[in-house]
Design a protein around this ligand. Structure first.
Ligand SMILES: C[S@@+](CC[C@H](N)C(=O)[O-])C[C@H]1O[C@@H](n2cnc3c(N)ncnc32)[C@H](O)[C@@H]1O
Length: 326
């Protein structure tokens, strides 16, 4: 598998915090399954366009490899000093020449601003079935310039379409939703990701910082990403959130599952459904993780008499095959 960090940064920050490359390498080496995956090959491509940052990154990565020697020979690491567009185009050219498919790839695309991540390029690069995208969407810049007319070339490249201009007639939450949904729809239709989920970063002042969009063709991918995002504490009083049924659902330690309960009640009213179907619905159609369904939502709903089950062995437990009557 390939981990492509297209905008990899300097590798370390002023307070000594590790950058995304080291975090990714560390996550693999410390993974419980890593010792059992010696027959799998992992390739990390770290790309950084700015020369001094790239130099710093190369040193940090080399030091990390020294600290973890002997370095596993099934993990390849390369540090590149190019633009993301160049790296992606080179990868595509190579694959076209080899008549090969890209190995399962997780592309982390974390630029400053809105430049250098054309929708069309992401679509070509990530066209293969097992490729996934995690991309930073600079909402504040998009929102500021959507109707200004002075960076339309960049915005058209970013969205792969110029419909963002219609934001000029909108304000507030409507405008935010419109721009968010347009980018989401483009990731679905142009990149061909059936599952696109966004995570909104709420700043300490309550305003939107940015969005992270995740695109995948796998429900399992969606499950894993949601579990991970619900566990992340971005720090500094900031929180991840998702806009759902007209309200913000904050990704917090104390999960408020009340909006999920209301959604299930209205969507499945009068129906008999399996717990698997419910789990799929929660994953694909709500901000919640699958792990929020049983103990935090179904169990209290059953206690309150809102659901029943014709085949449950023990009240409050929902193993595979359990049918739920709403
Ligand atoms: C937000 S930072 C990345 C942070 C990094 N992902 C981390 O978590 O440590 C964006 C980086 O992209 C670099 N950059 C800017 N334009 C680029 C381009 N077109 N291609 C590749 N890198 C670029 C910048 O120099 C900067 O270091």
């Amino acid at each position: 598998m390939v981990f492509l960090d297209g905008f990899a940064g300097p590798g370390v920050y002023q307070g000594g915090e590790p950058g995304s490359p080291q975090i990714a390498l560390d996550a693999l080496l410390k993974h419980n399954y890593f010792p059992q995956m010696s027959n799998k090959h992992f390739v990390f491509i770290f790309n950084e366009m700015q020369a001094d940052r790239c130099e710093s990154l190369a040193e940090i990565v080399a030091e990390f490899q020294r600290q973890n020697s002997p370095w596993p020979n099934n993990v390849g690491v390369s540090v590149n000093n190019s633009s993301f567009e160049e790296v992606a185009s080179e990868m595509l050219q190579y694959l076209e020449q080899q008549k090969a498919n890209l190995a399962p790839t997780f592309a982390f695309v974390d630029p400053f601003g809105v430049k250098g991540i054309p929708m069309a390029l992401l679509a070509r690069l990530l066209a293969f079935r097992q490729c996934e995208l995690f991309v930073y969407f600079d909402f504040n810049t998009v929102n500021r310039f959507a109707a200004a007319g002075n960076i339309d070339d960049r915005l058209t490249e970013l969205f792969g379409i110029d419909l963002y201009k219609n934001a000029r007639d909108l304000a507030g939450t409507d405008r935010k939703l419109f721009l968010h949904n347009l980018y989401q729809d483009q990731l679905r239709s142009v990149c061909g990701f059936p599952y696109v989920h966004s995570f909104e970063m709420i700043r300490e002042d309550g305003k939107t910082g940015y969005f992270l969009f995740y695109g995948t063709r796998s429900v399992t991918g969606l499950r894993v990403m949601k579990d991970a995002m619900w566990r992340v504490d971005p720090g500094g009083g900031q929180k991840f959130s998702d806009f759902f049924a007209g309200q913000d659902v904050l990704f917090d330690v104390e999960v408020d599952t009340y909006p999920l309960r209301l959604e299930l009640q209205s969507h499945f009213a009068g129906k008999l459904v399996s717990v698997e179907e419910l789990e799929q619905y929660v994953l694909v159609n709500t901000p919640y993780a699958a792990s929020h369904l049983k103990r935090l939502t179904l169990k209290p709903m059953q206690t309150d008499g809102l659901i029943a089950s014709p085949n449950q062995k023990r009240k409050g437990t929902y193993p595979a095959g359990t049918m739920i009557q709403f």
